[in-house]
Design a protein around this ligand. Structure first.
Ligand SMILES: Cc1c2[nH]c(c1CCC(=O)O)Cc1[nH]c(c(CCC(=O)O)c1C)Cc1[nH]c(c(CCC(=O)O)c1C)Cc1[nH]c(c(C)c1CCC(=O)O)C2
Length: 360
């Protein structure tokens, strides 16, 4: 498909605040974007969803582009994130995923020990070309306004959904593999890692200017622990960082990588050693503690998504408190997880203004 000439054809970037922070340079203002920024808290998105199903939007570059641009046109965000879902990889491997209203994703044919060999691994990343097309189109339409983030789910997170058949309260089915079927667990994690690497490179070649890896099945620390993280997350996350970065270097591009491993405070120090440029932080750890562990590592986060329910003065106070803890250097501001669907657009405006008003 695409080659690196695509990256050179795009309009020059006007807002490079995030990329500056990652390079260790000082931006004019603190950069901010929000996970799930193109989503149901926007009335315009809700109207759009009445006309199109979730995966129809993901699979139609023109529609995915339109939704990606919605929050960029409405708010003063410093990055766009391509509209898609982490579950497009399981789809490309042959699983049937449906997005059910007020339930979330449901997989009709979850992976079992018995059907593991049936996964359609051959050419899986090629079946995600439509995401590459959406990225190229969006990068053109953005016209250099802000950088475009591409993303993928991490191997363990995808494995969790693929075995559970959707979200889960305990993740006990997928964790069973980690204790009772270790060989098969590693086989599935390797299959996923191979596809994720190819898929991220496809996104880079198509025009993604940053990449984020979502390791968020362990959204509560209780799902995994250090023992399981070391065996079933760390090696695969590390391989992704190394191989994708090597390829990016070969392409003579500079595309930083963000790791967001939600609920994994116990592994923050290890995360720092995996080769990612930015470590995403959820809201359950204080910025001051993060700095004690990670020093001047570039971090992203970590306002509690619920802090946006506070009054305008409250939101500003929480932002100030967070930034006091992190310091103004080496910081990309975000929420500590995705924004909630019932959030008001006014709260988002105040959040952004509070961050952009910080004196550097
Ligand atoms: C676990 C996970 C998924 N998807 C994703 C994750 C990792 C981050 C996290 O932990 O939240 C990542 C994701 N999902 C979506 C994006 C788009 C980009 C963005 O704006 O951040 C991204 C980056 C769109 C989406 N993905 C989903 C929506 C809402 C569904 C809709 O519009 O009907 C959006 C905008 C649905 C989705 N998709 C997924 C779930 C569990 C749900 C249901 C929960 C919910 O409804 O909010 C799987």
């Amino acid at each position: 498909m695409t080659d690196l000439t695509k990256q050179q054809d795009f309009p020059p970037l006007k807002n490079d605040r995030i990329l500056k922070v990652i390079k260790g340079e000082e931006p004019d203002k603190l950069p901010i974007w929000v996970m799930r920024q193109a989503g149901r808290y926007m009335p315009k998105f809700r109207e759009f969803r009445k006309l199109h199903s979730f995966f129809e939007i993901c699979q139609t570059p023109e529609l995915a582009c339109e939704v990606t641009l919605m929050p960029i046109e409405r708010f003063d965000f410093d990055a766009a994130i391509i509209f898609s879902d982490i579950l497009v990889i399981p789809q490309a491997l042959g699983l049937e995923v449906e997005m059910k209203e007020s339930v979330g994703p449901v997989i009709k044919n979850p992976v079992t020990i018995e059907n593991l060999n049936d996964l359609n691994t051959e050419g899986a990343a090629d079946r995600l070309n439509y995401v590459g097309e959406a990225i190229t189109l969006t990068r053109k339409r953005l016209n250099g306004k802000v950088p475009l983030i591409g993303f993928a789910g991490a191997p363990w997170t995808l494995m969790g959904y693929m075995i559970e058949g959707g979200g889960s309260k305990t993740y006990s089915k997928s964790k069973k593999w980690l204790y009772a079927h270790e060989t098969e667990a590693h086989r599935l994690l390797k299959i996923l890692t191979d596809v994720i690497i190819d898929y991220l490179i496809l996104q880079v070649k198509s025009g993604a200017q940053l990449l984020q890896i979502f390791e968020s099945t362990n959204r509560n620390a209780e799902y995994l622990n250090e023992y399981l993280f070391d065996r079933f997350c760390q090696p695969y996350l590390q391989r992704i960082a190394i191989e994708v970065k090597n390829k990016i270097a070969e392409l003579k591009l500079d595309v930083p990588m963000i790791l967001f491993a939600k609920g994994s405070h116990y592994s923050l120090e290890k995360q720092k050693s995996l080769g990612y440029d930015v470590i995403g932080i959820d809201w359950t750890i204080s910025p001051k503690t993060v700095r004690q562990i990670l020093g001047d590592q570039v971090v992203q986060g970590n306002l509690d998504p619920c802090a946006l329910y506070a009054s305008p003065e409250g939101i500003r106070a929480h932002v100030d408190e967070m930034i006091k803890g992190f310091g103004t250097g080496n910081l990309v501001v975000n929420l500590g997880h995705g924004i909630y669907p019932d959030m008001s657009e006014e709260a988002v405006e105040i959040f952004i203004d509070a961050v952009h008003s910080v004196k550097l």
